[in-house]
Design a protein around this ligand. Sequence first.
Ligand SMILES: NC(=O)c1ccc[n+]([C@@H]2O[C@H](COP(=O)([O-])OP(=O)(O)OC[C@H]3O[C@@H](n4cnc5c(N)ncnc54)[C@H](OP(=O)(O)O)[C@@H]3O)[C@@H](O)[C@H]2O)c1
Length: 284
Amino acid sequence: MPQLTWLVTGCTSGLGKQFIHSILARGDKAIATARGDISRLDVLAKAGAKVYSLDVTASPTDINAIVGTIVEENGQIDIVVPNAGYIEAGISEEVSYEQYLSQFAVNFFGVVKTTQAILPHFRAQKAGTIVFMGSVGGIAGDPGAGPYCSTKHALEGWYECLKIETAPFGIRSIIFELGHFRTKVFNPEHIQIRSSAIEDYTPLRTMVEGFIRGVDGNQPGDPKQAVEVILDVIRGEGAAEGKAFPDRLPLGGDCLVAMRKKAVSNLTVCNEWEDVIRSTDIAK
Ligand SMILES: NC(=O)c1ccc[n+]([C@@H]2O[C@H](COP(=O)([O-])OP(=O)(O)OC[C@H]3O[C@@H](n4cnc5c(N)ncnc54)[C@H](OP(=O)(O)O)[C@@H]3O)[C@@H](O)[C@H]2O)c1
């Protein structure tokens, strides 16, 4: 396998940071980005990564310019991982419009803008792989996760369309749907919980806050193992050896349970309601 060059966003912690370490360990080239002061990426630079400042909420013009500089200075980029993201938690009715916008600005439009910035280069080189970081929250909903789940469901839809549109240019896309992995995503410094309080929801809100405190640091998923599997799939080696490149891959036993439950539920509705579902077609 030739040496590949990866561009990853959101590399100060968690999966992004792990991506860079694992990419370098496989002998590939890694370009790490983070918003703000890139001295936060010193450890990755010392490990051999090229580092750049990239806030995924910046304007498309600014993101295009940064990605353009990255391509100019590093040559061909083979894989992009628009990884940056966070959880905006809150009861769906209590979360303000502005908070929904903040959540979409990072988790959805940040991904859209980063991907759009790299696509001209991928189309020109007639090759490239886009690795989307989906979530169990893009498969099913949970109380208190309305903003986050909305962005990850939106990502699923965008991915489905983009995959078909860009395939003729030799561009591969894949979405990994992760269950709960032990990163800083639920850490009080990363997760945002700032909804207003509607009295009726107090018991549910208390339950959600308890869940968030309880899950932080106790997630069942190993981030290093998730990234190693993702690298195997993209490079077609290790765990992916001899397997076809999938459209999507859930990671983590919790995500497997959620995906199966959703698939069975959808199939049950299709089977049990088939005559009713078909009854709305205009008769030929
Ligand atoms: N861990 C899980 O269980 C899990 C499950 C499913 C999906 N995911 C997805 O995996 C991705 C990485 O999450 P993680 O678990 O590694 O969480 P994490 O440890 O909290 O890392 C999130 C990263 O995103 C960055 N980020 C946030 N806002 C940004 C912005 N505006 N511009 C640039 N970077 C920004 C953070 O940088 P700062 O230090 O600047 O905040 C940080 O580097 C996310 O898309 C998340 O939704 C994670």
